[in-house]
Ligand binder design. Structure first.
Ligand SMILES: [Zn+2]
Length: 114
C-alpha cells in the first residue's frame, strides 16, 4: 500500500509547514492528487485519519483533495499535452515518447488554521 508512505510524507510536510508559519492548529490541508500518481483519494483520507493523531498541529485537520491532471512533454517535438485526453499520444507529432511533467505525485498545496 504505497498510499501509506505518501500520507506519512504529506503529514510531515504539513506539520513542518505549520511549525514554520507558527500555526498551532491546522484545520484543513489541501492536497493536489496527481492523476498519474496512482494514489486513491479514499485511501489517502483513511490513512491520514490513522496517522494524524501522532502530530501536534495537524491532529484535527481534514484533508481536501484536489485532482491534478497529468501532463506530458513530448520528447520528439517538445509539445506539452494532457495525458488522459490524448491517451498518451502527442497531439502534434503522434509520438508516445514523453516525459511526465505534471500530476505524478501528491503534494501539499496549502494549509489553513490558526
Ligand atoms: Zn510531439
Amino acid at each position: 500500500m504505497h498510499e501509506l508512505s505518501m500520507v506519512m510524507r504529506l503529514a510531515n510536510t504539513a506539520e513542518e509547514t505549520a511549525k514554520q508559519n507558527d500555526m498551532k492548529k491546522v484545520e484543513t490541508i489541501t492536497v493536489g492528487v496527481g492523476e498519474m500518481s496512482t494514489a486513491i483519494g479514499e485511501y489517502l483520507r483513511k490513512y491520514f485519519n490513522q496517522v494524524k493523531g501522532k502530530y501536534e498541529r495537524i491532529n484535527e485537520a481534514a484533508l481536501l483533495l484536489h485532482d491534478e491532471k497529468g501532463e506530458g512533454l513530448c520528447n520528439k517535438c517538445g509539445t506539452s499535452f494532457l495525458l488522459t485526453e490524448n491517451e498518451g499520444v502527442c497531439p502534434v507529432c503522434g509520438e508516445r515518447d514523453f516525459k511526465i511533467t505534471k500530476g505524478k505525485s501528491i503534494t501539499v498545496l496549502s494549509i489553513e488554521g490558526e
